[in-house]
Design a protein. Structure first.
Length: 311
């Protein structure tokens, strides 16, 4: 079976959800949860739940949180043998404030730990991959690590830009990506095209295809997903997803998409799997988000009533 190797960040998620509409510059009553997260780790978790051969490469701290994070990854079935542990550096943290609709309004991340992951480590991990495997990167990595991994790996590579601030790290290497999954704001930041209708959606997808990306996915939140390949560009709209915690929805999409592509499933059907995975994931509380199966995804796909528009 093909291997999926994810190289990226892991952190402790602290998430506050307001009971009432948020008031700025004031203390808001709400529910606060602490869970394991990180874009790379979240993608690896979904892959591990859907695929039997998953490795995760990151930098763990030697503090108490770091030990818990590594143990949890291994319990989920991830091979962490290529990961490293940094001494005296605190674990990465992600702090998110969700509004009363359970959508993220503000977030802050401290990913300094990941700067201790060096090019030698990612080159070693990427060097183990063969042509039928998959490599997944997140933009929390240092730019040198991203380029080292992509120049070493002999397999298809996918990337998540994480945020507008970090998305630019992938601009010099878009032609090396088989799959790229920005949201609409990250896509606009990179190509300057604001998506307002079918014409601009097609133009945005085409820009990435022209840069050499083979499969581009632009998440549009409640407006669905855009998928572009050299064969077809399509807008996939769906029912509004009931949200328990929106954090990690995009990671769940990409994890399921790559797990499907690793099984040889075509891009459009893989995108359906991604939508089903995202729906199943954000409908669960982050602290309890430990279950996902192909059957759950299939059920969600039926409920989402996906409608396709060819662009």
């Amino acid at each position: 079976m093909s291997r999926i190797c994810i190289i990226g960040g892991t952190n402790i998620d602290i998430c506050g959800t307001a009971y009432e509409p948020l008031k700025e510059r004031d203390s808001n009553a709400g529910e606060i949860t602490v869970s394991f997260g990180g874009v790379g780790r979240n993608i690896a978790e979904i892959c591990a739940l859907l695929h039997d051969n998953v490795s995760f490469v990151t930098c763990f701290s030697d503090d108490g949180y770091g030990a818990l994070l590594k143990s949890d990854c291994e319990k989920l079935g991830m091979d962490c043998s290529c990961s490293i542990t940094a001494a005296g550096v605190p674990s990465s943290m992600y702090l998110a404030i969700l509004d009363s609709d359970h959508d993220m309004r503000l977030a802050m991340n401290d990913m300094r730990l990941l700067s201790h992951l060096k090019t030698e480590t990612v080159q070693k991990a990427a060097g183990f991959l063969s042509a039928e495997d998959w490599l997944v990167l997140d933009a929390n990595l240092e730019e040198a690590c991203i380029q080292a991994a992509l120049h070493t790996a002999q397999c298809p590579a996918a990337a998540d830009p994480v945020s507008m601030q970090k998305a630019g790290k992938f601009l010099p290497v878009l032609d090396r990506l088989a799959v790229f999954k920005p949201n609409r704001f990250e896509a606009e930041y990179l190509n300057g095209i604001q998506i307002t209708d079918a014409e601009s959606a097609r133009a945005s997808l085409q820009w990435f295809l022209d840069q050499g990306v083979r499969e581009v996915i632009i998440s549009m939140a409640d407006e669905g997903v855009l998928l572009g390949t050299q064969e077809q560009c399509v807008w996939m709209r769906h029912q509004k997803i009931p949200v328990s915690n929106a954090t990690g929805g995009g990671d769940a999409f990409l994890g399921a998409y790559i797990a499907a592509r690793a099984r040889g499933i075509e891009p459009k059907d893989a995108a359906y799997a991604g939508i089903g995975s995202a729906a199943a994931t954000i409908g669960q509380n982050a602290v309890r988000r430990r279950t996902l199966s192909k059957k759950m995804i299939e059920n969600e796909i039926v409920h989402m009533k996906i409608r396709e528009t060819v662009l």
